[in-house]
Design a protein around this ligand. Structure first.
Ligand code: CDP
Ligand code: MG
Length: 709
């Protein structure tokens, strides 16, 4: 620990106010400032009393810090970032508060700088590690590389990262570790109190991803047992007050800590002022019939009419991004004069490291970069050089799909929400874009789907803000002003409230949290969704009748970072002696598609696919995980109509399947793709008696057919 912090820590105990009246808070501020750093310029912090929660706000921090940087170009860039002025204030608050909430514009340096400040101040000494979590894998890789570059170290050494299936850390030397919030939750299975971390920064908290919400609840618990742990919650926009209220620890929870290291139980909130430039907003006058085409035309029109500056386009997912990239690149070939200066690049998770590199590399001279991205570029990643933003007004979001649910009102919250959203979307779709891009976008995996959904006003503002980073910019919204003002929802719905909670439940169970409904949630999950998750886990034999993890299956499944159905299938394969094949199948199921079709090669394509038709023994192992997804043929027609056994929904075999038009009597599917109909993808033919064999608790023979118990 540097002497600066050691000094502060000694003073902080007496400096803590007994209660938080305005005068006390101001006195505390004075006190804090006096002891800040003997002999150095005193921080000019303005502390504002919050009447409801007694929360400490620091709105105008000092700019006095000198961190001993040299003068290389990267170091100069670091010092120019808005967060640099707040370095001392951040370190002070982290030292003195169990939880610090930092709100600051995208690009202000929160993610890349704060972990470095903490390390420079000694928080990563003595074998301790500073962690920074992100909801997205791509962001983890990208910011870790940047920080390693800024520190002049090799990635995987002092600065490392861990995402699912990829660990680029060296436990003996890594001191700053970037990881997804999901991976940090998994680490708790081995080390429930996360003892190696001195500070955990939960970044992008405004996204309210399922894992972020779970992590925040878990960290709150850990904090009670480890008062020396510091938590930083950071994001571009956040409901800081509710986050702060959530993290107000009770004093008595911290009592067993040594007196001289008791931090304030009140969370501090720091707002980092950015230096964004103005962004001119343009709306379409009439709803556009097809947002993808409209995005492509807008890019071409910007290129024709506007001065230099890169373009960032927000679409929804890999499929429409690839389509737009293709259209723009084709246009380049058709009309070299018009688009020769365009460098068109996609940005979505799953992109190779090389492709990621192209997106972040400086734009070559004489070129205009066009990055077509998912909402990952909304706040998680900063692209330099962007002056124009094209906002489709949509993103892909998870939604709880009520389809696989009994029709007795279950899933009210997720379902009705979705119903409303769909209604709205439908209304807008009629005005704004063709079926072409909405159909085919819904991906259902059992009871959950990724749906192209209108974004919120908060997201729209974030997207526009990306245009004002280096100079005044322009944002072209592909929706009308009236829609923005009157119909666009103000905020998004936390993922927790629109997700399948099966994985969440199993992880909490594995961490010993038995009363999941009573868990301290930032926003309560729908109880019906919880109950449904418990039912699924019970049917898979992962939970017992007392809702406890079964041994060994339940514990084994909890350890595998996959969908529990896939994990169950892998574990069952041992009994059938086909582990190797099943692991290959599990890998195939974990990516969107392993197939790339080529014009003129349809015959070869179909032949190769036939090799993947599953053998007798493999199917039994598959059923052990996926027995709940069984369907029987209802009508012997051209495209046979099937009905799910569980809820009698009408479904069809997807045309890409080798079983398309073969129409076996009984099938089990992996996932459903929803277009104008529900299509089963990755299908195997089965004998119905295998279902009873695999899940006698789930199925019964009800003449003449099978039925769920
Ligand atoms: O977290 P926040 O949005 O506040 O900012 P950041 O991600 O720490 O980014 C700070 C600066 O680092 C920005 O100016 C980025 O351009 C730069 N950066 C970069 O050049 N490459 C990255 N992979 C990440 C950040
Ligand atoms: Mg960030």
């Amino acid at each position: 620990m540097t002497s600066l912090l050691a000094g502060n820590r000694a003073q902080s105990v007496s400096a803590r106010p007994k209660n938080l009246s305005l005068s006390n808070v101001l006195a505390y501020g004075e006190h804090m400032a006096r002891f800040w750093r003997p002999g150095s310029e005193r921080p000019r912090a303005t502390l504002v009393d919050d009447e409801e929660g007694g929360v400490l706000f620091v709105s105008a921090p000092p700019s006095s810090s000198s961190s001993g940087f040299g003068h290389s170009s990267l170091e100069r860039q670091r010092q120019r970032l808005p967060v640099f002025k707040y370095r001392d204030a951040i370190l002070y608050l982290v030292e003195n508060h169990a939880t610090t909430i930092i709100v600051g514009e995208t690009g202000s340096g929160k993610t890349t700088q704060i972990p470095q400040y903490l390390k420079e101040a000694g928080w990563a000494e003595g074998g301790r590690v500073v962690a920074c979590t992100q909801p997205r894998r791509l962001a983890v890789q990208s910011v870790a590389s940047r920080v390693a570059e800024e520190m002049g170290v090799k990635i995987g050494e002092e600065v490392g990262y861990t995402i699912r299936f990829e660990d680029q850390t060296n436990p003996s030397v890594t001191v700053i570790k970037f990881l997804t919030d999901g991976v940090l939750i998994r680490e708790m299975m081995d080390d429930p109190l996360l003892t190696k971390y001195s500070v955990i920064m939960v970044d992008e908290a405004h996204e309210r991803s399922l894992s972020t919400d779970m992590l925040l609840g878990l960290l709150k618990k850990i904090q009670r047992r480890r008062p020396e742990l510091r938590i930083i919650i950071s994001s571009a926009t956040i409901e800081a007050k509710s986050m702060s209220t959530f993290f107000q620890a009770r004093k008595k929870d911290l009592l067993h800590a040594a007196e001289d290291c008791v931090p304030s139980h009140l969370p501090a909130i720091l707002s980092v002022e950015g230096k964004g430039y103005t962004v001119e907003i343009h709306y379409v006058e009439e709803p556009v019939p097809d947002y993808l085409q409209a995005a492509v035309h807008t890019v071409l029109s910007i290129n024709d009419k506007e001065p230099a500056g890169d373009i960032l386009v927000f679409l929804t997912g890999q499929d429409d991004i690839d389509a737009a990239v293709k259209l723009l690149r084709e246009d380049t070939q058709d009309d070299r004069r018009r688009t020769s200066g365009l460098l068109v690049l996609p940005l979505y998770s799953g992109l190779s490291r090389d492709d990621q590199g192209l997106v972040f590399a400086p734009t070559p001279k004489g070129k205009r970069k066009v990055v077509i991205s998912t909402n990952i570029a909304e706040t998680s990643l900063t692209l330099e050089g962007v002056v124009y933003v094209v906002d489709s007004g949509f993103s892909k979001q998870r939604f709880y799909n009520p389809m696989a649910i009994e029709e007795d009102g279950f899933g009210e919250r997720g379902g009705r929400r979705r119903g409303k959203e769909e209604e709205k979307e439908e209304k807008r779709r009629n005005h704004t874009y063709s079926q072409q891009h909405t159909m085919g976008d819904g991906e259902i995996s059992d009871i959950e789907s990724l749906v192209v959904t209108p974004i919120s006003k908060a997201s729209a503002r974030q997207r526009a803000g990306r245009a004002g980073r280096i100079r005044p910019g322009k944002c072209f919204r592909l929706y009308t002003e009236e829609y923005f003002l009157k119909e666009m929802p103000t905020e998004g719905i936390p993922e927790m409230q629109r997700s399948n909670l099966v994985s969440c439940v199993i992880q909490l169970k594995a961490l010993g949290i038995d009363n999941i409904l009573g868990f301290d949630w930032l926003a309560s999950p729908p109880p019906e969704a919880m109950v449904r998750a418990l039912e699924v886990l019970y049917s898979l034999g992962i939970l017992d009748e007392d809702a406890k993890l079964t041994s060994p299956i339940g514990y084994q499944v909890a350890e595998i970072p996959l969908d529990p159905m896939i994990s169950k299938m892998i574990l069952s394969a041992c009994n059938f002696g086909c582990s190797e094949e099943i692991i290959t199948i599990a890998a195939v199921l974990s990516v969107q598609s392993i197939w790339v079709s080529m014009w003129g090669a349809q015959k070869e394509f179909d032949e190769v696919k036939l090799h993947f038709a599953a053998a007798e023994i493999l199917r039994k192992a598959i059923i052990a995980g996926f027995f709940a997804n069984s369907c029987h043929l209802e009508e012997y027609s051209h495209n046979g109509l099937y009905k799910t056994v569980r809820s009698s929904e009408e479904v069809y075999i997807h045309p890409s399947s080798v079983l398309f038009r073969v129409n076996p009597k009984w099938v089990v599917y992996h996932s459903l793709v929803s277009t104008n109909k529900h299509y089963m993808r990755n299908v195997i033919a089965i004998d119905p008696s295998w279902l009873i064999e695999a899940a006698p608790h789930f199925y019964q023979l009800r003449a003449p057919n099978l039925a769920p118990c």
